[in-house]
Design a binder for this molecule. Structure first.
Ligand code: ATP
Ligand code: MG
Length: 425
């Protein structure tokens, strides 16, 4: 049995009462939001009628006893397993038949994990959109908390950008950015009530067989401000490297914080670099800080573009995307664009065909080779070889290199310093 396997244990009341607010060793979370959750489960959980309720034993069978071969990935919340269930039902079926699903198991991390599970059921139970991952159902039995999603065959954008040997082609990168932007635009501007997503990052962008992007993980999502309020006050949670600076400083959350995170992801897509990468030289650890000066220089934006593309990108598209990323990353949240505007700007980008040839790329890079181009520090042909960010076997540096919190925490997520004390979220 895999370590992640949910264990039979105590009831939710036992796990939550008398516990201090847990700071979970999540890859996502910083500070537990509140320790005042004494409300009954029924009050918290407003299960949408379309969601299916699963029995724990059925999910155990569906994932073949949560066996390691079924493991799709692991995050701060817990492990995610592949499973098979009957179409339009909850019964497990033979692997390879029926409907393929992803089953997320909650680690026994107490109140914070439970709160994220409730938020996920409540938000995703209600929200249906082609660019949001579909929550099929949930399981709550004693202290077991599981979620059942549609299976996304191409996994996460993080895997494709940073862990695969083959680089993602340019037009697919733009398609993914556009799809993810549509997901955020729906949450901010089209859903019945504004939702602030708060955890926009490459590992939460999942891909179907055609590289359509769908947002997953609504554990940190918040309802937007109501009435004439400009922001929601909340403890700072999210992922280091993606969170907007004003949110980290003040705890004031607006949909423009998500727009900033979109800018960070767009930059990761353009550069092939992680938002935080301690394995890069000094001055290049923080992607936004490293990229900011180049974003303003129209003629030299190509220095940003992922060298693994070897010039196979649209020049016009890359210029537009770099300019858009700069606007999303504006320090003043008010001048960041709305996500609907981002969608309009992104729409033509996957189809632009003015591809920079490799010779164009090499010429421009060569012409600029004064030794200062960060992307040309490795490799004699002026293109950073995969070894620049990948280890010799083509794998990304192991996550365990700089894990700050526990064995499954990612090196790219940290606890934020406490913001100024705020009212309860
Ligand atoms: N519906 C799904 N279909 C296919 N794979 C999935 C699905 N949901 C999650 N995964 C895989 O499982 C991995 C872990 O997901 P999870 O959301 O638990 O953690 P994470 O996003 O990597 O980190 P964090 O806890 O910070 O959100 C994902 O990166 C993805 O590869
Ligand atoms: Mg996730």
């Amino acid at each position: 049995m895999y370590l992640c396997v949910p264990a039979e244990s105590k009831s939710i009341n036992e796990t939550t009462k008398d516990q201090p607010p847990p700071v979970i060793s999540s890859t996502t979370t910083s500070i537990a939001e509140s320790n005042s959750s004494t409300s009954k489960l029924e009050d918290e959980l407003k299960v949408s009628s379309r969601l299916l309720k699963f029995a724990f034993n059925d999910l155990k069978t569906a994932t073949r006893n949560f066996r390691p071969e079924s493991l799709l990935g692991e995050g701060g919340f817990g492990c995610v397993f592949k499973g098979w269930i009957e179409e339009n039902g909850t019964a497990p079926v033979k692997p390879g038949t029926g409907l393929t699903v992803a089953v997320k198991t909650l680690n026994h991390d107490g109140l914070q994990g439970h709160k994220e599970w409730v938020a996920e059921v409540n938000f995703l139970g209600d929200l249906i959109h082609p660019n949001l991952v579909k929550l099929i159902g949930y399981c709550i039995e004693d202290d077991q908390r599981l979620l059942v999603y549609e299976f996304m065959p191409r996994g996460s954008l993080e895997n494709h950008l940073f862990r695969r040997a083959l680089p993602l082609p340019w037009s697919i990168r733009m398609k993914i950015a556009l799809g993810a932007a549509k997901g955020l635009a729906f949450l901010h501007e089209e859903a019945a009530k504004t939702v602030i997503y708060r955890d926009f990052k490459t590992s939460n962008i999942l891909l179907d067989a055609e590289y359509n992007a769908k947002l997953s993980d609504f554990g940190l999502a918040k309802d937007g401000p109501e009435g004439d309020k400009t922001h929601v006050s909340t403890r700072v949670m999210g992922t280091y490297g993606y969170a907007a600076p004003e949110y980290v400083m003040t705890g004031h959350l607006t949909s423009r914080s998500d727009v900033y995170s979109f800018g960070v992801v767009l930059l990761e897509i353009l550069t092939g670099r992680r938002s935080m990468d301690k394995n890069r030289p000094n001055g290049e650890h923080n992607l936004v800080e490293w990229a900011r000066p180049h974003l303003g220089e129209r003629r030299r934006f190509y220095k940003l573009i992922d060298p693994r593309l070897e010039g196979h990108f649209s020049i016009k598209g890359a210029q537009k995307a770099a300019h858009l990323a700069a606007r999303c990353l504006s320090r003043d949240p008010k001048v960041r664009p709305l996500m609907s505007e981002v969608v309009e700007i992104m729409k033509p980008l996957p189809n632009l065909k003015d591809m920079a040839s490799s010779s164009y790329y090499f010429q421009t890079v060569q012409a600029d080779r004064t030794g200062s181009s960060p992307n040309t520090r490795n490799g004699s042909n002026g293109v950073r070889t995969p070894a620049g960010s990948f280890s010799r076997n083509g794998q990304q540096h192991p996550r365990s290199l700089s894990i700050p919190n526990g064995s499954h925490a990612s090196p790219y997520h940290h606890q934020f310093p406490s913001p100024k004390p705020q009212g309860k979220p």
